[in-house]
Design a protein around this ligand. Structure first.
Ligand code: ATP
Length: 500
């Protein structure tokens, strides 16, 4: 009806303009004010090309076909986070009891953790679990260069959540704001800070306006990888007063996630997802989902109907390092890469026998070659010796090149960065010759200490590899022949009698 009225109105207005024009009326004096008003309306409603249109994803009961219904059972690992989140949701599921006890409503839950760990899944599962209307937006959608637009969008999403819940006869609504650090960063820190600050102030006002007496209970769920950037006002009690950590999964969590995503994928009998979970320390849920997908693509490419253990192992490398590149290296470069990787591999076996899973000189993405290590399992603490060993493995590639060719190449840039990071960790953990240091240690002293730690480890690696030149050459020759070697083949070569 509304649309019909608008169209008739527009038609009548146009007819009047044409009539007035034909009878000689001068419109030029109205042109400028009319254009300015029209532009203003367009900017505020976000319909110009200058501001992206603000669209929200919704997951109401009628919308399930658009966004798949996610339940907590679809989220692997994260047992602690799920428990804490479910506990926080009880005020929505048992609202009459919480109201009777005079408990003030929980207004905000902040999910923090690295990318791809399942924060969005959690928010969607919460909407399903509580039977709430679900609205999702990203922090960057609120931030515009035009004053007042962000704040009006914040008002809009809160209003829309209440309206949608009322329309659908639901008693609660969840507003999910991804990347909340973009809109909720500490005030006064942004360049165009007035607009950011206004938007954040409006969010705080809206959160404060959530009342338990209102027929529709609102819960704001924010997600961020950088909770340290958030304005303290957002985190104070009464606002985002529940912080749920959604961390990288441990081995059991990874296995659970792999099993969830393998449900619709045929695996060859005997495939051991446990081994894949063991080898993927540091992977997020998103990485693991991608790993299974890549493994399935690998099986498809080879015309097989089932995914093999080999498909899964190759998919680990693909997810870690990217697609195999078709770069063809010159013979000398290929040899240098091989000597470099063999240096890493021999050192790795020296400090931790059995640690090499594979060595390859088939380049992927940015890496010209690489070794993959069997992780020991999830590790959260490192001793000084472990950090030293990790530095030794990092520098061994460059040292091997140096021993063979007399000089190093730029291939070691990534290794040096990694070694520097490890040495820095040693310094700030009080594990360097400096002992315990404060965080405002002078840059000069820090630089000198890091250089000294790395230099000492290079010396030690040099004297070890110097003794193994024959072995380095033999393993490299085999690697150049076969392009990739498994850890078992490497260990067999190392165990052969002619070790020099
Ligand atoms: P970001 O911080 O980048 O927004 P996020 O933490 O919100 O990431 P999600 O969007 O929830 O991550 O997850 C991305 C995808 O990764 C999911 O669609 C799912 O396929 C997979 N995934 C991530 N975590 C899990 C998990 N714990 N269980 C099952 N699948 C997961």
């Amino acid at each position: 009806m509304d649309k019909w009225l608008k169209e008739v109105g527009l038609g009548v207005a146009l007819a009047l303009v044409v009539l007035a024009f034909r009878s000689g009326f001068d419109f030029s004096i109205f042109l400028l004010p009319i254009s300015l008003i029209a532009l203003g309306i367009l900017v505020i409603s976000g319909r110009t090309g200058m501001t992206p249109r603000f669209s929200l994803n919704t997951l109401g009961s009628n919308d399930d076909s658009k966004i798949p219904a996610v339940t907590f059972a679809d989220i692997g690992g994260q047992e602690m986070a799920k428990r804490e989140f479910l506990e926080a949701l009880s005020f929505l599921t048992e609202s009459s009891r919480t109201r009777a006890l005079g408990i003030r409503p929980l207004k905000g839950v902040l999910l923090t953790g690295p990318p791809g760990t399942g924060k969005t899944l959690m928010a969607k599962a919460a909407a399903n679990y509580t039977g709430s209307v679900f609205l999702a937006a990203s922090g960057s959608q609120f931030v515009q260069m035009y004053a007042g637009v962000g704040a009006s969008r914040v008002r809009q999403i809160f209003k829309q959540a209440r309206n949608m819940a009322e329309r659908e006869g639901k008693s609660s609504a969840i507003i999910f704001i991804d990347e909340i650090d973009v809109l909720g960063a500490k005030r006064g820190k942004n360049v165009s800070h007035m607009e950011y600050d206004q938007t954040l102030n409006e969010l705080l006002t809206q959160i404060d306006g959530i009342r338990s007496e209102h027929p529709v209970q609102l819960l704001v769920v924010g997600a961020t990888n950088r909770s340290d950037l958030l304005d303290p006002a957002l985190l104070r009690p009464g606002r985002f007063d529940r912080i749920v950590k959604v961390d990288l999964p441990d081995k059991a969590g990874r296995l659970h996630i792999l099993k969830i995503h393998a449900v619709n994928k045929p695996l060859e009998p005997g495939v051991k997802l446990e081994d894949i979970a063991q080898e993927t320390a540091g992977f997020s849920g998103a990485h693991l989902e991608s790993l299974l997908n890549e493994a399935a693509i690998g099986a498809l490419r080879q015309g097989r109907d089932c995914i093999s253990q080999q498909d899964l192992s190759e998919a680990i490398e693909k997810v870690m390092l990217g697609e195999k590149s078709h770069r063809s290296l010159q013979k000398e470069e290929r040899e240098r890469v091989a000597f470099h990787e063999v240096g890493h591999a021999l050192l790795s076996e020296h400090v931790r026998p059995g640690s090499v899973a594979s060595i390859t000189i088939a380049s992927r993405s940015q890496a010209l070659g690489y070794i993959r290590q069997n992780p020991k399992g999830d590790q959260y603490l490192y001793t000084r010796d472990q950090l030293v060993e990790a530095i030794q493995i990092c520098v061994a590639g460059a040292v091997s090149e140096e021993l063979i060719y007399g000089q190093r190449s730029t291939g070691a840039v990534g290794d040096i960065e990694q070694a520097t990071e490890l040495a820095k960790r040693m310094v700030f953990a009080g594990l360097s010759p400096l002992g315990i240091v404060s965080t405002d240690l002078s840059g000069d002293i820090l630089h000198k200490t890091i250089a000294q730690i790395i230099r000492e480890q290079e010396e030690s690696v040099r004297s070890h590899l110097q003794e193994k030149l024959g072995l380095i050459r033999r393993v490299t020759a085999r690697l150049l022949e076969e392009e990739s070697l498994t850890g078992e083949v490497l260990r067999a070569l190392m165990g052969a009698k002619q070790v020099s």
